[in-house]
Design a binder for this molecule. Sequence first.
Ligand code: ATR
Length: 265
Amino acid sequence: MKYAVIGSPIDHSLSPVMHNANFKALGLEHDYEALNVDPSNFDSIKEIINEKNLSGFNVTIPHKEHIIPFLDDIDEQSKTVGAVNTVLISDNKWIGYNTDGIGYVEGLKTVYPDLANAYILILGAGGASKGITNELMKHVNPKITVANRTLSRFDNWQMDINKIGLEEAEKALSEFDIIINTTPVGMNNNKDLVINLDNLAPHTLVSDIVYIPFKTPILKAAEGKGNPIQNGLDMFVNQGAESFKIWTDLTPNYEVMKDTVLNHL
Ligand code: ATR
């Protein structure tokens, strides 16, 4: 069977090496490739994919929203987030899923098992935040707090959460057990922190969905204070593992997937 990831640019994607290593570890003769689909060609996506005879594919930037009109059905998580990262092709039907949120939460559970009782602050209110929040709400009892620079961004959020600004988040920081940065602040050599960590409690886990760079400035600052940290590598590996489960109903070799990504960073 054949699988792929579509995006643009896609050259640096680690999904092919990660999935192919998993296929090999499980003795499967499947193949996974990266397909650069320019946004100007997206109207032809059905032809592009059908020609490849794929059984499923991942979708990454900038196509996670563009793909939706081409799908025959989509799951609840994708509907809530308004974005799809996994497509299963079955009997010529295209079914959309979003494994980013569950991928993040599966990774978080490995470093913070008592999620049910955690007070969680999420920084940013874009698509990534929405997916993570929606998935976390299935696991966490206390109301989740989401902080964003622009409060109007919450206008289309239907979820039962606390919505605050970044200054309020800074003041209330000590109340949280887990802080999750979903903003791009700290990527691309940006040294800024999205909020200052002056009020961080000593036990609080600080997490970022980014893994390149491996330690974003907010993770470095938290680590410097002696706090536990987690970067976005587990989220990346787990979203892929969840896609694989959707496509094959098999259990992936998570360790091989993670080691392969680590070796290619
Ligand atoms: P994604 O799909 O990755 O979540 P997105 O939908 O573009 O990306 O959302 C980016 C998030 O990062 C938003 O919450 C954005 O805040 P605004 O709604 O105020 O734009 C946040 N963000 C981006 N740059 C930021 C910055 N310099 N400071 C604070 N927040 C920032």
